[in-house]
Design a protein around this ligand. Structure first.
Ligand code: HEC
Length: 146
């Protein structure tokens, strides 16, 4: 189970990397703000994923900080995405606003997955990565252009 979770988390961190610079050239400040929230989510997921995968040393304080930042940023998703704003560089699908309640539920699923991570041990972080990766994927595959 653990290797599968790790692989998922790491491949997610990597695939998210393809959109690392998507915000270059974004002119709509509302769109930029929501992409910045996603970047905060990506950065903190990578901190946890790197520890889970053994790329960086396990550090319970750093893991706890990443968990807290991830949960806080995920909790911001509904506020940041509520205005239906567009930008040529946006990857947001219009289904976000026609399926708003479902979209909010998917954001809440990420908050719950982040909050459930036990950062006291490396095993705890590893065990939590699958649900976090699943929450990203479940939302992106429906609501984000690829
Ligand atoms: C509730 C839905 C939802 C969840 C959950 C979610 N995302 Fe996103 N994400 C989006 C949408 C929609 C976009 C496109 C936003 C835009 O371009 O306007 C996006 C964009 C991104 C981007 C590109 C940001 C940019 O600068 O253009 C990254 C990186 C990202 N997400 C990472 C993650 C990671 C990692 C997770 C899980 C830990 C995650 N997201 C969870 C909906 C979600």
């Amino acid at each position: 189970m653990k290797p599968i979770h790790m692989t998922l988390a790491l491949s997610l961190a990597l695939s998210a990397g393809t959109a690392l610079f998507a915000k270059e050239g974004v002119t709509n400040p509302t769109v930029k703000a929501r992409q910045d929230t996603m970047q905060t989510i990506r950065r903190n997921t990578a901190v946890l994923g790197d520890m889970a995968g053994g790329k960086t040393a396990f550090d319970p304080a750093a893991a706890a900080a990443a968990k807290a930042e991830l949960a806080a940023a995920a909790a911001e998703i509904p506020v940041k995405f509520e205005p239906q704003e567009g930008d040529p560089k946006s990857e947001a699908k219009p289904e976000i606003w026609t399926g708003w309640d479902d979209y909010v539920q998917k954001a809440e699923a990420l908050v719950a997955a982040a909050e459930a991570v036990d950062t006291a041990s490396l095993d705890g972080v590893r065990a939590g990565m699958g649900a976090i990766g699943g929450a990203c994927k479940s939302c992106h595959e429906t609501y984000r252009l690829d």
